[in-house]
Design a protein around this ligand. Structure first.
Ligand SMILES: NC(=O)c1ccc[n+]([C@@H]2O[C@H](COP(=O)([O-])OP(=O)(O)OC[C@H]3O[C@@H](n4cnc5c(N)ncnc54)[C@H](O)[C@@H]3O)[C@@H](O)[C@H]2O)c1
Length: 268
């Protein structure tokens, strides 16, 4: 029960494949009290209300790009908990350029702005809302989920690569401010390709998933194991980790070439 007595807000559980869904289930099993949230449109598409019932957690809709929605979410969450918040998971990503098949060399710039706003600037808005409302407990933990395309080129990841680079930068910079304010830590977890709604929207995802699985000596990290890592980061066992981008990828990020890939290449 490493989260016994802790209270947290989880953004981004759409269905049971979502990384956030796994985090919510496991956080509850480890003793946490939760508020779940997602965009208004996801309330209609997804099964988040069932998850809320299952975990006895209120579901509060919020478009993470809306400061007004976020203020309402954090205020109502504190009312529900009867006090401040210990952890927040930002598990949000979306690119209309990816969805509509626009190549990186032919971006629609209004879509690009939406990609940045939804997938990265929303994290700043979450942090700034929590800051202004002073609603984080000392030694709290705030996490967002990233991908290695922030550091290296994965062409089909498209404008999401730029969004992840911005997301990681926001974690570092806001991490400084929140640490000095009241010891709250801010980090990103850079996760393996994972079979979810957002993940499988990327062109050639299945082939890429298999490639990354072979390239990683431990294999791709699953959504469940990502959730376990998130729990560790919310717990008191990781109090001195902040302003980091932490790879949770089975070793992928430090590989150059894996012999496990050769049969795949020879079969071509
Ligand atoms: N799946 C992967 O391969 C992979 C790999 C590394 C990192 N990630 C990251 O993990 C996070 C979670 O994605 P996932 O793979 O679980 O997919 P998912 O599709 O289950 O989750 C994405 C969530 O973002 C929410 N969202 C979109 N627009 C929003 C808005 N305006 N306001 C609030 N919420 C909004 C969606 O409703 C959805 O719940 C994302 O940041 C994603 O980039 C995923």
């Amino acid at each position: 029960m490493i989260l016994q007595g802790k209270k947290g807000i989880i953004f981004g559980a759409l269905n049971d494949q979502s990384i956030a869904w796994q985090v919510a289930e496991r956080a509850k099993a480890q003793g946490a009290e939760l508020v779940l949230t997602n965009a208004p449109v996801a309330m209609r598409m997804g099964a988040i209300k069932e998850l809320g019932q299952q975990l006895n957690a209120p579901v509060i809709k919020a478009d993470a790009t809306s400061e007004e929605h976020l203020e309402k979410l954090f205020t109502e969450s504190q009312e529900h908990f009867g006090g401040k918040i210990d952890f927040v998971l930002h598990s949000i990503g979306m690119s209309l350029n990816v969805r509509k098949g626009r190549e990186y060399t032919n971006l629609d710039y209004s879509f690009f702005q939406k990609t940045l706003d939804i997938s990265a600037v929303s994290f700043h808005k979450v942090l700034q809302t929590a800051w202004k409302l002073d609603c984080m407990n000392d030694w709290g933990s705030i996490l967002a989920l990233s991908y290695i395309a922030a550091q290296r080129t994965f062409p089909d990841y498209n404008d999401m690569a730029d969004a992840k680079a911005l997301l990681e930068s926001i974690a570092r910079t806001f991490g400084y401010h929140f640490a000095t304010k009241n010891k709250v830590r801010v980090n990103t977890i850079s996760q393996s390709p994972t079979m979810t709604t957002a993940g499988s929207g990327v062109k050639g995802f299945k082939e890429f998933f298999d490639y990354a699985d072979k390239m990683s000596p431990l294999g791709n990290a699953s959504a469940e194991s990502c959730a376990d890592f998130c729990l560790a980061m919310f717990s008191d066992f990781t109090r001195m980790i902040t302003m980091q981008n932490l790879y949770h990828d089975g070793g992928f990020s430090n590989m150059g070439m894996s012999p496990a890939l050769l049969p795949m290449l020879e079969n071509q």
